[in-house]
Design a binder for this molecule. Structure first.
Ligand SMILES: [Zn+2]
Ligand SMILES: [Zn+2]
Ligand SMILES: [Zn+2]
Ligand SMILES: [Zn+2]
Length: 223
């Protein structure tokens, strides 16, 4: 068995680069100075494969604001539905009666993070788009006092873009084919090999630092 090297990420406060396993301890020192006015936040790590971000959300912010943040940085392509599943409760954009009978208890995202999120160390799931679903695993970190701010969510750290190679040469991939699955690193091509890919040029999407790369019409982060 080969041990995969831990993926590295960058602290958004000081730009330091380190492996994922060291980031939480670093952030405790770097992103939470003990001076000035503060606001109560909850730390979260969201992850999918090699993609991960550390963030903190204000305890009194709504789940809907966390949803907006995740969409903007990683997911939004055509305004699909999304939901958080926390314990037995599903918080969705549009709660509705489930035609398949009682499953999860459904609620709206109009609830504060402080109320809805489980305790430190617990995990929960977020799904974007119930057709070509992108699923994120979220882990709850510490509840802390962060410097006061207006934004509901603050990005603390983010993975460095994974090195993706073209399937036909050693060059970095510039495009991901939307018809191929990227689980086996197929359908990744450099600009010179777009024409050679077996699905054709039609489904090509930009290779971006997101777990939704190459899915549906995803083209990258919302500015
Ligand atoms: Zn830092
Ligand atoms: Zn879409
Ligand atoms: Zn190539
Ligand atoms: Zn393809």
């Amino acid at each position: 068995m080969t041990v995969k090297p831990q993926s590295k990420g960058r602290c958004q406060s000081c730009d330091a680069l380190m492996v994922k396993g060291q980031m939480t301890r670093h952030l405790a020192r770097c992103a939470y100075p003990e001076k000035g006015a503060t606001v109560r936040v909850i730390q979260l790590r969201a992850a999918n494969g090699p993609y991960w971000i550390d963030l903190d959300v204000k305890a009194d912010a709504q789940l809907g604001e966390l949803d907006e943040f995740l969409r903007a940085i990683w997911l939004e392509c055509c305004g699909h539905l999304s939901a958080f599943t926390i314990g037995a409760t599903e918080y969705s954009v549009m709660p509705e009666d489930d035609p398949w009978g009682p499953r999860n208890r459904q609620r709206s995202m109009e609830i504060t993070a402080g109320k809805a999120l489980p305790k430190e160390g617990a995990t929960f799931v977020y799904e974007y788009d119930f057709g070509s679903t992108t699923e994120l695993k979220l882990k709850v970190g510490a509840a802390l006092q962060a410097p006061k701010r207006s934004d509901a969510v603050r990005l603390l750290a983010r993975n460095e873009p994974p090195a993706l190679e073209c399937e036909a040469c050693d060059a970095p991939a510039a495009f991901a084919c939307g018809f191929c699955s990227h689980l086996e690193d197929t359908g990744l091509v450099c600009a010179a090999h777009v024409d050679d890919h077996h699905c054709g040029e039609e489904g090509m999407l930009p290779a971006v630092n997101s777990p939704r790369m190459g899915v549906c019409a995803y083209t990258g982060e919302v500015e």
